[in-house]
Design a protein around this ligand. Structure first.
Ligand code: ADE
Length: 241
């Protein structure tokens, strides 16, 4: 992996990037760069150049921020860290999902013959995550001793909290977890031909229990994922930057 300009890291919420900013500051390397509506945190993490940014919740916010990150900083790769709802009874709160790929589960132009999730004009249904980054994430997860799954991430502007929505996403896409930014970030990376990774820790079960579970487990899950991101990024410190 060539990381000449570093790795970009995007989280939607403060709680998802707090730890990363804190570590950069502790390591004496956190320059704030304002560009448009975003504050980018540029520095190094465990010796690897990175740029961290909060995109805010949702697909449009995620897409706009990813493009800005790429344009302003020319990052070599993008990592998305955050929380997600589980779509699989075996994937529990606190577990981690390392995405194989991401799909926009609300994209539906079925009336014109397109498959669920397929955006007309694009040659792919789902947006793949980079193999090298995925392997680095899996190694970091093993080191952290967190229960980790590989699978598809399904994204849209919906906070999934009803069984019917959950079942539809599972049956149409076979996704492992759902969230609200990953597919937008992966799509922008795909359009720019930049490798990306999506790492998510589970905060809820994306059903009727989410209302209670999400606020209870959000902070711990976000921290687990940020820690994983930190460790994974550190594994690229020996590569030519
Ligand atoms: N992020 C965390 N939990 C989620 C859910 N249930 N739906 C969408 N995004 C989420």
């Amino acid at each position: 992996m060539q990381c000449a300009k570093g790795i970009g890291v995007i989280g939607a919420m403060d709680v998802e990037i707090d730890l990363l900013r804190q570590v950069m500051r502790e390591q004496g390397s956190c320059e704030e760069v304002q560009a448009g509506p975003y504050t980018f945190y540029r520095g190094t993490m465990e010796g690897t150049p990175i740029v961290v940014v909060q995109c805010q919740i949702g697909m449009v916010n995620a897409a706009a921020c990813t493009q800005r990150l790429i344009d302003e900083f020319g990052v070599a790769a993008v990592v998305n860290t955050g929380v997600a709802g589980s779509l699989n009874a075996d994937i529990n709160i606190g577990d981690v999902v390392v995405a194989t790929d991401a799909v926009n589960h609300y994209m539906d132009v079925g009336n014109l013959g397109y498959a669920p999730g397929q955006t007309p004009g694009l040659s792919t249904l789902s947006f793949p995550c980079d193999e090298t980054l995925r392997q680095a994430a899996l190694s970091a997860a093993a080191e952290l001793q967190v229960t980790t799954w590989e699978g598809r991430v399904a994204s849209s502007d919906l906070f999934v909290r009803e069984d019917a929505d959950k079942q539809r996403i599972v049956s149409q896409f076979g996704a492992s977890c759902c969230e609200m930014e990953g597919a937008a970030i992966a799509q922008v990376c795909w359009l720019n031909q930049i490798p990306c990774a999506i790492l998510r820790a589970i905060s809820d079960k994306a059903d009727g229990s989410a209302e209670v579970d999400y606020p209870t487990f959000e902070a711990a899950a976000a921290k687990t994922c940020a820690n994983l991101t930190r460790l994974m990024i550190g594994s690229f410190s020996g590569f030519s930057m």
